[in-house]
Design a protein around this ligand. Structure first.
Ligand SMILES: Nc1nc2c(c(=O)[nH]1)N[C@H]1C(S)=C(S)[C@@H](COP(=O)(O)OP(=O)(O)OC[C@H]3O[C@@H](n4cnc5c(=O)[nH]c(N)nc54)[C@H](O)[C@@H]3O)O[C@H]1N2
Ligand SMILES: Nc1nc2c(c(=O)[nH]1)N[C@H]1C(S)=C(S)[C@@H](COP(=O)(O)OP(=O)(O)OC[C@H]3O[C@@H](n4cnc5c(=O)[nH]c(N)nc54)[C@H](O)[C@@H]3O)O[C@H]1N2
Ligand code: SF4
Ligand SMILES: [Mo]
Length: 744
């Protein structure tokens, strides 16, 4: 008989949806001896059909990263972190948080919730419990360094802040991208795998692609035309486009006729904005602006899309609003090949109506920030307020902060001031997988799981997709069943804010209550529904979201999907392209599209003033790279190898004027700070504009990200002034920052 002592190692292949960006690519993860040996694209994935990028192949590195923390960490008096048990960590949080709440009330506590939670199974669903149940009156997020202007315009125009139309790129004949670079970002508020392939396809079928951006990006390089624009002047350009549509009698609402209020008000507002008036400030010839209006009006279907560059700027709300105004005026809203509203297979928890803001009311300014007195908008004030709310003494000072999947020290304006303010907190807890520039200040860091240890089904992202699908991923690696999951941590932290000892919080009871509330919003009785389930947590919520979503079986009432059905289809279930559905989306008080919200129109005088600003001087803009993901993936060796990405892009004329040489160091100064950074001279940027990536600035003491610290770069947001923002939304203008540049 042969001895059976030797077992050859086996490779198993796991199907996973990548949670790193909106493309939601299906991946095949090859595992041998508990090691990820290879990650490749899943060609059978119903959604992504074989698309992948270098970040997706790095999921294994993220999982195996020796710097990733796997147990709670408690900071000691000397600033070093030591590993702790969950009970020790919970006890330490009780010890620090309870006195803050008891002595100063819950308004002394706030939270900063970051970007990865939008892509995480547990956090996207349960962060609402932390925010809603804890009673903390306000929170901070990078939403106001991202899409808040679009949230404002959608709230006012359609009645829902997340009712954001998505360019129907697969069927359009004219795709105009403003301030978006999918070559790097892979799409934003636009979920569509392989956008660069789709851009090529538009051109192959005889359509046109136009990129309006101060930089000739990787996307612009693959388009029919690059139109350079002065940063922050998109709203002026679009006012002139609207003017031209009216002046040349090109307005045609098509199928929207009768569903739109305010066309005459927009006509009136656009009367004073002929292309000649905005040509100098935008840098775009008047004739080109007129032609753009004509092209948009005459194309069989046109998709006008604006993203970060049109939001993270001085006139974000006007630009975001105008993009949809032009779509309406040219009959391209809610039309195939135009801009459409997606149907998420699982309705997102985020889309529930907000108290006091029903019907698209412009009921902003319900409260103001304590120090600067900035009015809230949709529950947020500029995130740059956070540092001063911590460091300015007085009644109402923030004394405790919970960060969840966020790195505001690098990612938000005046990040260096926040870095200096965080040590002043009585209690800081971070739910995060790394000890980085922000979390190094935490008293306690509670780790989540790696992506490969969690199940996955996207939540909010499906609301911005070019079609509908449902895809569920099982975890690749098992985890100790007793280890608290992130959804459970959210519930325990909420309890702690209410004064309960963390270890004693009734997680199952609160989870049941959350389920019942969500079931009620669908007209269902939670307690009786719960009898169908063995356990709670995110899977139970997801089943509810799927079954009561647009394709769901409503618990057997009709044919449709459920979590079981989705689980049984490991490559996903394709639920088809977007269909016109505006009437169903509209939740404005009038039941119509409000094309001319007075709150937005009231910002036009500020735009008119911008036209008078004397030209000259340099302005700073942001950019992304395919191999970065905001601030947190620079610890992956394969993503940081090669040439330095953290460089200042400068036009040759400006380089000459400033005395800069290629590869030399430049000193860049704004009203907020100064950095020194290597120079890259290129004609691929408009004169008068310089560009830096954000998310760098590593190498700080006490962090545990060895690879990133060996490639530190500098922090863009040390240069971003907190007082430079889009007034109607409070969203940061990290594009168009006045700077001076000199050799270092
Ligand atoms: N690889 C990678 N992918 C990502 C991310 C990442 O960091 N790395 N981040 C993810 C996140 S959180 C988001 S929100 C998305 C963002 O996705 P995108 O919006 O596509 O973001 P960017 O690549 O930053 O492109 C913004 C563009 O706006 C231009 N711009 C700057 N100022 C102006 C202006 O005033 N007007 C106009 N018209 N253009 C301007 C910039 O030059 C830049 O090309 O990407 C997501 N995907
Ligand atoms: N100058 C400039 N600044 C910008 C932008 C810009 O274009 N220009 N873009 C802005 C935009 S669009 C965004 S979205 C923000 C991003 O701002 P943030 O969300 O604050 O920053 P990130 O770099 O995404 O930080 C993510 C954090 O989540 C942690 N993390 C990663 N995965 C997990 C997980 O599974 N669980 C937990 N608990 N934690 C995890 C990481 O370790 C890191 O600490 O940056 C903004 N800042
Ligand atoms: S494009 Fe890259 S990061 Fe985005 S989902 Fe696909 S593999 Fe992941
Ligand atoms: Mo973002």
């Amino acid at each position: 008989m042969m001895e059976l002592g030797y077992r050859p190692s086996m490779t198993t292949v796991h199907r996973r949806t990548c949670p790193l960006c909106e493309a939601m690519c299906g991946l095949l993860v090859h595992v041998r001896d508990e090691q990820v040996v290879r990650i490749e694209a899943d060609r059978d994935d119903v959604w992504s059909r074989g698309h992948i990028c270098p970040k997706g192949t790095a999921l294994g590195h993220l999982h195996h990263d020796p710097d990733r923390i796997r147990t709670p960490m408690i900071r000691q008096a000397d600033g070093t972190f030591t590993e702790a048990t969950w009970d020790e960590a919970f006890a330490r949080i009780d010890e620090l948080l309870a006195p803050v709440v008891a002595g100063h009330g819950i308004s002394a506590v706030t939270s900063y919730v970051g970007n990865p939670l939008a892509h995480a199974m547990d956090l996207s669903r349960y962060v609402g419990v932390l925010i809603g149940l804890s009673g903390m009156p306000m929170i901070y997020s990078p939403g106001v360094v991202d899409q808040w202007p679009k949230n404002v315009s959608s709230h006012l125009m359609y009645g829902g802040m997340w009712s954001i139309p998505v360019p129907d790129v697969r069927r359009t004949e004219l795709f105009v991208l403003m301030g978006a670079n999918p070559q790097a970002s892979q799409g934003s508020l636009l979920a569509c795998p392989d956008l660069m392939g789709e851009i090529a396809a538009v051109r192959e079928r005889g359509g046109r692609v136009v990129v309006i951006d101060p930089r000739r990006t990787g996307t612009a390089a693959k388009a029919d035309e690059w139109i350079p624009i002065t940063p922050g002047t998109d709203a002026a350009l679009l006012m002139a486009v609207a003017h031209t549509l009216f002046a040349e009698d090109l307005v045609d609402l098509g199928a929207l006729d009768g569903l739109v209020n305010g066309v005459e008000e927009v006509r009136e507002a656009a009367r004073d904005w002929p292309p000649e008036r905005v040509s100098a400030v935008t840098g775009i010839p008047a004739a080109r602006i007129r032609d753009l209006a004509r092209e948009l009006a005459h194309a069989p279907a046109a998709a006008l899309y604006g993203r970060i560059g049109t939001c993270n700027q001085e006139f974000g709300t006007l630009s975001s609003w105008l993009i949809d105004v032009i779509a309406v005026l040219t009959g391209n809203l809610d039309r195939e090949g135009g801009s459409m509203f997606a149907r998420g297979s699982a309705w997102s928890v985020n889309t529930l109506p907000m108290e006091g803001l029903e019907g698209g009311a412009a009921n902003f300014g319900r409260w103001r920030s304590r120090v600067r007195g900035i009015p809230e908008v949709l529950g947020h004030v500029p995130v740059s307020c956070l540092h001063e709310e911590i460091s300015t003494p007085g009644e109402g000072r923030i004394r405790a902060l919970i960060t969840v999947a966020g790195n505001p020290v690098l990612s938000t304006p005046e990040g260096d001031r926040l870095d200096a303010a965080l040590p002043g907190l009585d209690c800081m807890v971070s739910v995060d997988n790394w000890i980085n520039e922000t979390t190094r200040h935490a008293h306690v860091v509670l780790p989540g799981l790696s992506a490969l240890e969690q199940s996955h089904h996207d939540d909010l992202i499906w609301m911005f997709a070019v079609g509908s699908a449902a895809k569920y991923s099982e975890p690749v690696f098992p985890v100790d069943p007793d280890r608290p999951r992130e959804w459970e941590i959210m519930i325990r932290l909420a309890g702690a804010c209410l004064g309960m000892p963390m270890a004693e919080v009734d997680v199952a009871g609160i989870d049941d209550g959350f389920f019942d509330v969500l079931a009620m919003t669908r007209g269902l009785d939670g307690p009786s529904l719960r009898e169908r389930y063995d356990g709670g947590g995110p899977d139970r919520l997801l089943d509810l979201q799927l079954r009561t979503g647009p394709f769901g079986d409503r618990y057997g009432e009709r044919e449709g999907i459920s979590l079981d059905a989705v689980r049984a289809a490991p490559d996903g279930i394709d639920l088809g392209p977007n269909v016109p559905r505006l009437a169903e989306v509209l939740t404005t008080a009038s039941g119509k599209v409000e094309l001319a919200p007075p709150y937005v129109l009231a910002d036009l005088p500020r735009l008119a003033e911008r036209l008078e600003r004397p030209p000259g001087g340099l302005v700073l803009t942001s950019r992304r790279h395919l191999r970065s993901n905001n601030s947190w993936m620079h610890n992956v060796p394969s993503l940081v190898k090669g040439r330095d990405l953290c460089t200042l892009l400068v036009h040759p004329d400006d380089a000459r004027r400033c005395g800069l040489s290629p590869g030399g160091l430049a000193r860049v100064t704004s009203t907020a700070g100064t950095v020194e950074v290597p120079v890259e001279i290129t004609a691929d940027i408009a004169p008068g504009v310089v560009s830096l990536p954000h998310g760098w600035g590593h190498g700080r003491p006490g962090t545990r990200i060895e690879v990133a610290n060996a490639h530190p770069g500098i922090s863009f947001n040390a240069l971003a002034p907190g007082d430079l923002y889009d007034v109607p939304s409070g969203n940061a203008a990290v594009n168009g920052i006045p700077v001076t540049v000199a050799p270092a």
